[in-house]
Design a protein around this ligand. Structure first.
Ligand code: MF3
Ligand code: CO
Length: 287
């Protein structure tokens, strides 16, 4: 079922193949021959789908901005959950976390040594000196977006501030490595190198993920790896990058609630996340 140059392109654009994805397909064919992992066509988003994701991302970003305004010492993590739920519903969305695989809340709030998936609750208060990740995921009209930021509560130690800063740099180093025909391993290596050059480690077990029509789509997006490894990136792919950077060892443990992920050695950890789109020339951050 090889397409001819004058056939309609497989992507649904209505354009002729020769004016649409033919150059990409030829390039990928060559890369596959020399051993690269090629993306399946069904993870490439259409312009309409990307527009839907942009609108969803607007809510996610709006929430992270709202949290920035409201977050303060003494607040419970549950209060953040309520902010997220209300904002999402008022803007016509649904919190993607809520009831996802039985997850009981609308957002993940992960303090200090919590790597990810901290469950908001009334008892847990934000304390002076905490570093806190708030991870927001939204569904709007069936389209998903996902992003997280770190917040500093009161006076935070120099060491913790450095971890928060470097983990943000790691995310942006990863994003800078996103462009057509680079691989996910190129991206992961940029993150890992920057973390390790600063004396930190990168969590291996959790990664980013394809996203768009579902919450966690293919591919798995690693944050550690070697250049040239992993899936080749092509225009129209959408995925998250969300490195978890530990002050100590990379090892993690999962608490009895079966959600909360902590550093095994109790050291601090930090994470930033964006949803990104691979474009013809590079990358666009959607969130
Ligand atoms: N937002 C997380 C991510 O970045 C996923 C959270 S799933 C939940 O992929 F169920 F814990 F909310
Ligand atoms: Co994510």
């Amino acid at each position: 079922m090889k397409l001819n140059r004058n056939d309609e392109c497989w992507c649904g654009s209505g354009k002729k193949y020769k004016k649409c994805h033919i150059d990409m397909d030829l390039k990928l064919e060559e890369m596959e021959k020399v051993g690269y992992e090629i993306p399946p066509r069904n993870i490439i988003k259409t312009p309409e789908q990307i527009e839907g994701m942009r609108k969803s991302a607007k809510i996610t970003t709006g929430i992270l901005d709202l949290v920035e305004e409201k977050i303060k010492e003494g607040m419970s993590t549950e209060e953040i959950d309520i902010l997220v739920y209300n904002y999402t519903i008022e803007h016509g969305g649904i919190p993607a976390d809520l009831n996802y695989d039985g997850y009981p809340k609308s957002v993940c709030v992960s303090r200090n040594d919590i790597v990810c998936h901290g469950i908001p609750n009334k008892e847990e208060k934000l304390l002076n000196g905490d570093i806190v990740n708030v991870d927001v995921s939204t569904i709007l009209d069936g389209y998903y977006s996902d992003a997280s930021r770190m917040y500093l509560i009161g006076e935070v130690s120099e060491e913790a501030q450095r971890l928060v800063r470097v983990s943000k740099e790691c995310l942006y180093k990863g994003i800078e490595a996103v462009k057509p025909y680079n691989t996910l391993g190129d991206m992961a290596n940029a993150i890992q190198s920057h973390a390790e050059a600063n004396g930190y480690s990168v969590v291996v077990e959790f990664g980013g993920h394809g996203i768009g029509l579902g919450f966690h789509e293919d591919p798995f997006v690693p944050h550690v790896g070697k250049p040239g490894e992993g899936m080749v990136m092509v225009p129209g792919m959408t995925f998250t990058i969300e490195p978890m950077i530990n002050q100590g060892a990379p090892d993690i443990a999962i608490l009895d609630d079966e959600w909360t992920v902590v550093t095994d050695d109790g050291s601090l950890t930090a994470q930033w996340e964006h949803t990104v789109l691979v474009t013809e020339t590079g990358v666009e951050i959607l969130t």
